[in-house]
Design a protein around this ligand. Structure first.
Ligand code: SF4
Length: 427
């Protein structure tokens, strides 16, 4: 077994012992917010106009009336979280496609801003919603960052992903990205590397477009991630996986992005300037997730909200927040989770870690830290631990495993819907 397999196993085990829910859908409630503490608020909008075969997120087919009512319920859940004592200073709206109903989205953002001292606001979208007027409305609502799911500019790959007909050709998408440049502080482009059928030439062309034509502010290059439920469907629609290319493709991406003047915000996110990025869990240890299918991490426990849209609506109509399942993490797993997330951002501040864990962070994690130093993944620079070039790629593997396991957890939560109240689910 090589070191990549070993580290992958470590993360899968951490996920299984630390964040896997033994009985999804059991019923729970969020704890009260801590006084004077500011939290990141994540809102989940699960609607999409079409369901991509590779996607493991919680998403359902868009239907106007039910989506509108969902937004109303979400605003009610934000009020309930405020009554629980939570104060939010950062907002991340993910999906699904949060911009499916732009008016509802803006009304919801305004409701959060009216009640909380919100600074940064980040919203996910798809290429078909990239219109200058629409982005100006989002900017006026305080949105500073938009994350656009592009995945690739290669038309053959877009067709294989069933995105070509819904979101346009690679050339159209590039044109739209150029047309909205500069309207918001940051436009992030989400890409996937090592897709089945993706050649090195195709990847190099994607990099040329991102850097030379689009001049993207930020690019998140995700390795292909699947769940148990999407693996078979992906193989059928897109072809088989070839993991042997992954390292070479990542090195190619990193070399090109870094030499074009980008820096790493995380192991797979490259930015031109500082700001938010998709993996908000790197800088914000605790966060509150509202909406169907959202997760929260609070006071050492992970919470998952119901994945049933009908169940969600019923809970909110009864005046209760939608968290249905809770998993307490052991102190040791909290430290491992902290290590994983901080180093995903590239650096772990030792003083902060010791203060956070009562002075025994390095002592309790010495086997993990010794291994990481021995294999050359981490460099100790006195005050902090930093990922080396080798460590960045190893962290891509670790986080791929982490998110793949989270996707499997989503599968479990979807299956748990059958054991809950009557449901209409689009996926
Ligand atoms: S990839 Fe994006 S657009 Fe496609 S189904 Fe998933 S969330 Fe929806």
């Amino acid at each position: 077994m090589d070191i990549e397999d070993l580290l992958g196993r470590f993360v899968r085990r951490l996920n299984r012992t630390a964040i896997d829910f033994p009985e999804p859908g059991g019923g729970t409630s969020l704890p009260a917010g801590e006084k004077d503490k500011r939290y990141l608020l994540y809102l989940h909008i699960p609607y999409c106009i079409a369901l991509c075969p590779f996607c493991s997120f919680h998403r359902v087919l868009f239907e106007r009336d039910s989506s509108k009512h969902y937004f109303e319920c979400l605003r009610h859940e934000i009020e309930l979280a405020s009554e629980l004592g939570y104060s939010f200073d950062q907002l991340y709206v993910g999906g699904g496609t949060p911009t499916v109903l732009p008016d509802e989205l803006v009304t919801t953002i305004n409701a959060v801003r009216a009640a909380h001292p919100i600074g940064d606001i980040s919203v996910e979208t798809n290429p078909d919603h990239l219109q200058p007027a629409a982005l100006q409305v989002l900017r006026d609502a305080g949105v500073s960052r938009l994350s656009v799911g592009v995945q690739s500019f290669d038309d053959d790959l877009l067709k294989a992903m069933r995105r070509f007909d819904n979101y346009g050709s690679g050339a159209d998408i590039a044109d739209r990205l150029v047309s909205v440049r500069g309207i918001l502080d940051t436009i992030n482009v989400d890409m996937i590397f090592n897709l089945p059928q993706q050649s090195e030439t195709s990847l190099r062309r994607d990099l040329d477009i991102l850097i030379d034509r689009v001049a993207a502010d930020q690019v998140s290059f995700y390795p292909l991630m699947t769940s148990d439920s999407t693996k078979a469907q992906m193989s059928r629609t897109m072809g088989s996986f070839d993991m042997s290319r992954q390292k070479h493709y990542y090195e190619l991406i990193a070399e090109r992005m870094l030499s074009a003047g980008y820096f790493r915000s995380s192991a797979w996110c490259f930015s031109r300037k500082a700001g938010m990025f998709d993996e908000y869990i790197v800088d914000r240890e605790e966060y509150v997730g509202l909406g169907s299918g959202a997760f929260s991490y609070l006071q050492g426990a992970l919470y998952a909200n119901t994945f049933s849209i009908n169940g969600y609506v019923q809970m909110l109509e009864s005046g209760i927040v939608s968290a249905t399942t809770r998993r307490e993490m052991s102190e040791q797993d909290q430290k491992r989770y902290y290590l994983l997330m901080r180093l995903f951002g590239g650096t772990l501040d030792k003083q902060h870690a010791e203060a956070r864990f009562g002075g025994n962070f390095q002592r309790k994690l010495w086997p993990e830290l010794t291994l990481l130093k021995t294999i050359g993944a981490v460099k100790d620079s006195g005050d902090s631990l930093r990922l080396t070039e080798r460590g960045h790629y190893l962290w891509v593997i670790l986080m791929r495993e982490f998110f793949s396991e989270t996707n499997t957890l989503r599968d479990q939560m979807r299956h748990a819907i059958d054991r809950q109240s009557p449901v209409v689910q689009g996926s």
